[in-house]
Design a protein around this ligand. Structure first.
Ligand SMILES: NC(=O)C1=CN([C@@H]2O[C@H](COP(=O)(O)OP(=O)(O)OC[C@H]3O[C@@H](n4cnc5c(N)ncnc54)[C@H](OP(=O)(O)O)[C@@H]3O)[C@@H](O)[C@H]2O)C=CC1
Ligand SMILES: O=C(O)[C@@H]1CCC=N1
Length: 253
């Protein structure tokens, strides 16, 4: 996820590569990132923490190890994309700092992400604006209350995986119905992309869009009756709730 953000920040000239320093423990990753993006690299998190904004993009389980020695880091602004980790926990690790919790998603790689942000009480307007600009480079930015951040994680943070599963399953259905795999994949992917664009541009309610596709006694209602029988809606609701609960667990010390 960190690389997805990095790649767009550099490509959209929000930061010059020379203004970015990436810390990563693996020499191969450091070499690759330096070559691919022209950024500075270091194995030492303390050096990365000399920046104005320190973006934490490690797994929640690695945070304690990554944050060793960073309590007095010079960076005045800390941004965390870690699932589950709360502002209160980050405030204990990084006292007296502007701290912003963000939850992006992987469509950020193509500039089509969505990121929710929540700031702590000490966050300055300038830092919040700078962070809005960082995530604005990878897609849309929405403000949410911090208490909703785990729900955001369950919906849009993890959501690309649910949609990918759906595309794969739709393509499998096409293959089962006789389509060649490559054509089935193209049809499934473009159907999801086009439907998302249609919903976004027209602001149609999903139920209205569904009604438009559903001819009386036609094919779509036959499919929908099957999806309802299989519990698609309930499965999706339960999936978002399960991910939200898991984010809560990841935030527990
Ligand atoms: N993947 C996603 O869709 C999303 C992820 N997130 C959040 O982003 C974070 C990263 O997730 P993801 O990108 O999937 O995970 P990855 O494992 O791909 O990335 C974690 C990175 O942290 C590096 N790392 C590990 N330990 C340290 C350390 N001590 N100091 C510095 N760097 C270290 C790893 O280096 P190396 O592998 O080289 O050892 C790796 O590059 C998580 O907290 C997750 O909750 C948020 C939104 C979406
Ligand atoms: O699976 C995860 O834990 C991370 C957080 C959101 C998306 N991926």
């Amino acid at each position: 996820m960190g690389e997805a953000i990095l790649s767009r920040l550099v490509a959209s000239h929000i930061y010059l590569p020379s203004d970015v320093c990436v810390s990563d423990p693996m020499p191969e990753r450091r070499d690759l990132l330096a070559k691919k993006y022209g950024v500075q690299v270091t194995p030492n998190n303390l050096i990365a923490a000399e920046a104005e904004i320190l973006l934490l993009a490690v797994k929640p389980q690695s945070l304690n190890a990554a944050a060793i020695g960073l309590a007095n880091a010079p960076a005045p602004c800390i941004v965390s994309i870690l699932a589950g980790v709360t502002l209160a926990q980050l405030e204990v690790m990084f006292p007296s700092k502007s701290i912003i919790r963000a939850m992006p998603n992987t469509p950020a790689q193509v500039g089509a992400g969505v990121t929710a942000i929540a700031a702590n009480a000490l966050a300055t307007k300038e830092h919040i604006e700078a962070v809005r600009q960082i995530f604005g480079a990878v897609g849309k930015v929405v403000d949410v209350a911090e208490s909703l951040m785990n729900a955001v994680t369950g919906l849009s943070g993890s959501g690309p995986a649910y949609v990918a599963l759906m595309v794969e399953a739709m393509a499998d259905g096409g293959v089962a119905a006789g389509l060649p795999r490559a054509i089935a994949m193209e049809l499934a992917t473009q159907t999801v992309l086009g439907t998302a664009q249609l919903l976004s541009e027209t602001k149609l309610h999903p139920a209205q869009l569904k009604d438009q596709v559903t001819s009386p006694a036609g094919t779509t209602i036959a499919a929908i009756a099957q999806l309802e029988k299989s519990g698609l809606r309930s499965a999706m609701i339960e999936a978002v709730l399960a991910a939200t609960r898991r984010a809560e667990e990841l935030g527990k010390p």
